[in-house]
Ligand binder design. Sequence first.
Ligand SMILES: Nc1nc2c(ncn2[C@@H]2O[C@H](COP(=O)(O)OP(=O)(O)OP(=O)(O)O)[C@@H](O)[C@H]2O)c(=O)[nH]1
Ligand SMILES: [Mg+2]
Length: 371
Amino acid sequence: MFGFGKKKTRPEAGGQAPAAGAPVVERNASEPPAPGPVATDQPPAGGRLAQAIAERADRQQEGEAGRSFFRGLRNGLARTREVLNADIAELVTGRKEIDEDLLEELEMLLVSADVGMPATTRIIEDLAYRVKLREVSDPQGLLEAVRRQLADILHRADAPVRQPAAGRPQVILMVGVNGVGKTTTIGKLTKQLQAEGNKVMLAAGDTFRAAAVEQLQAWGERNDVPVIAQHTGADPASVIYDALQAATARGFDVLIADTAGRLHTKSNLMEELKKIVRVMKKIDPDAPHEVMLVVDATTGQNALHQAVQFNAAVPITGITLTKLDGTAKGGILFAIAERLEVPFRFIGVGEKIEDLKHFEADIFLDALMKP
Ligand SMILES: Nc1nc2c(ncn2[C@@H]2O[C@H](COP(=O)(O)OP(=O)(O)OP(=O)(O)O)[C@@H](O)[C@H]2O)c(=O)[nH]1
Ligand SMILES: [Mg+2]
């Protein structure tokens, strides 16, 4: 459903010559074997029955994984659920009609769930209008209308990931404040993109924090993908430029560039990000195809400020919300989507490599609002 990378449709580009003399230190030169298409014309070992049983077991496992993921998400969103689900339900219970008081209380609940004033005001105004038109006439209908409004905010922000021109890698630039989970998300995302059939390369653009290169390197080794890096203190724009050159010359499908965590209020650090983008464009004017802001879901309103400031420096095209396994204020999602109309791509629900899920608005809303 979500073409983050791209399935291999073009011929294997591995035959191209590697970049000569690129001034990069490649700390893990072992490239992953090209995944290549799985042959489908071969009869499955063990025949059709065995295949059917295996497929059923897979589905069952997926179902169980899905259920436990959903439970985890519900737990992670416990704080917001208390407000958006329990409190709103309590608010409407026993009421026969919708009056101004009810709408006012609902407004306060949405704000306290971190949905933010602009989105809340729009939702309440719309509800008041529908009540006037008698489209919404009972408290239960009101609950459903709130859910529709929240879904609408998320769907309005939806946009596909930009794809690269033929023969060029898709470049994903990861940005965000310190410790939100950028590097971990890269490790998890690499695994997913490989599973989609992509050749992935990583760029160690965090040259600031001690051991940041080694941390990315460890994810590179785990996923068996090359990491282009220089020494700590090197110019991150130069590292990423070299990596893009190498990824292009060697026919990689995706290049994911890590960057150092930075405070959104520090203008010199925001300038550094702009420079990274400027320099990339010398190789590919379309790069980066995705500027992925990583935000920690537990930070509440500050996440909105981060999103606004990063977006002003390097327009962000996607958001990953991490740490939704902690107790998050999920309402912030609506505030960000309302303000910037940038889609949520992934949610992080743990520290393990498989703990990254595609963001799906309906599952998220169910986790928030289903009793
Ligand atoms: N519980 C939980 N922890 C996470 C998640 N994502 C990342 N972490 C943890 O958050 C911590 C910081 O992760 P990093 O990936 O190093 O964060 P970063 O943004 O790269 O940090 P800097 O490079 O220092 O800015 C690590 O301990 C991760 O394991 C998540 O979805 N859930
Ligand atoms: Mg990092």
